[in-house]
Write a protein of this length. Structure first.
Length: 339
């Protein structure tokens, strides 16, 4: 396949590009480098610097690259920022997303995989969460992802778009080449490792939840397992494949959940030293447990998590961090293609 990866210079996108290239596919990356890193794009992939919301640029890129399918990883994704700036999130994730879909129609491309989020569920009634659970996002970030999912389904029924939506919670881990580097960093595992590395002490938000150790339970997925799921989903969008005759939605995760203290203990085993931390009050809206049911991905896509232990996820992240103390540094070595 010839694949366009939006957000392919970001954390999830860059590892997915690695996986797609290793599987023998041709990859074009579209990224505005606002939060991604040009240096994370694997040699062998073509980098086009620009926005997925630029309909003319996207259509031209699709035609020039003779693209078969799109993997859409790009989005604004900070929950707190979405609460402060909902207009920004609607412009980027919804308006920009629809421009991407229209550019695909302009270029005659009918295959897309959407890297979505389990934030579309909000606070579920039961856990593990099934794909047919009610969608009740509690922040603009989750709401804009839900809205784009709906747009893809409607484009499918009206225009023949073949789509797979993948919903997941927390991504962790790294490859030898690419890892997690955000500014600001809001994710638990890199903040734990940052605390060990001389950064600010970690804050555990609440230890009085109705869980075995009092801290919230969350689902995690190794970033390489996620990349494998992206590849399996792209293959399922092939013309004539009955799996995507209607819009397909699958949850992804590790098949279980880990409490914050579980993650803390695993991190201390990996780094072989205490993680500086303190316990703070609960954050508003944090439910006791969020775990995804992943049976559908196994049954329909043939996907199973293969790197689902905390030691594998945290260990690979720690190894990458030690090998890249300055992150990606200057974005050297990859000349952007003309927009």
């Amino acid at each position: 396949m010839r694949i366009l990866v939006t957000g392919g210079a970001g954390y999830v996108g860059s590892v997915s590009v690695e996986r797609l290239l290793a599987a023998g596919h041709e990859v074009t990356v579209l990224d505005d480098i606002s939060t991604g890193h040009a240096a994370s794009v694997v040699p062998g992939a073509r980098l086009v610097q620009g926005s997925f919301g630029d309909r003319d640029l996207v259509a031209r890129t699709l035609r020039d690259g003779k693209v078969d399918a799109v993997l859409h990883c790009a989005a604004k994704s900070l929950v707190g920022e979405s609460m402060r700036e909902p207009a920004l999130y609607y412009r980027q994730n919804v308006v920009g997303g629809v421009a991407l879909l229209d550019a695909m129609r302009d270029a005659g491309i009918e295959r897309i995989v959407f890297s979505s989020t389990a934030a579309v569920y909000g606070i579920p009634d039961v856990s593990p969460i099934q794909e047919d659970a009610a969608l009740r996002p509690i922040n603009p970030y989750g709401e804009t992802k839900r809205t784009f999912e709906t747009a893809m389904a409607l484009y499918g029924s009206a225009y023949g778009l073949r789509s797979v939506t993948l919903r997941y919670f927390n991504v962790a881990g790294a490859t030898e080449r690419n890892g997690e580097r955000h500014d600001p960093e809001t994710h638990l595992i890199p903040n734990m490792l940052g605390a060990v590395d001389g950064g600010a002490p970690l804050t555990l938000f609440g230890d009085d939840y109705p869980t075995p150790d009092g801290t919230p339970i969350r689902d995690y997925i190794h970033v390489v397992d996620l990349a494998d799921a992206h590849l399996a989903a792209l293959e399922a969008t092939a013309p004539g494949d009955p799996r995507t005759d209607t819009a397909l939605v699958c949850n992804l995760g590790s098949g279980g959940g880990f409490s914050v203290r579980d993650v803390l203990a695993a991190a201390e085993r990996v780094v072989r030293m205490p993680v500086p931390h303190a316990v703070g009050p609960r954050r508003a809206g944090d439910p006791p447990a969020l775990v995804a049911a992943i049976d559908r991905a196994a049954e329909i896509l043939g996907w199973h998590p293969r790197r689902s232990t905390l030691e594998e996820m945290i260990g690979s992240a720690w190894t990458w961090r030690q090998a890249h103390p300055a992150g990606y540094g200057a974005a050297a070595g990859h000349e952007p293609a003309a927009g």
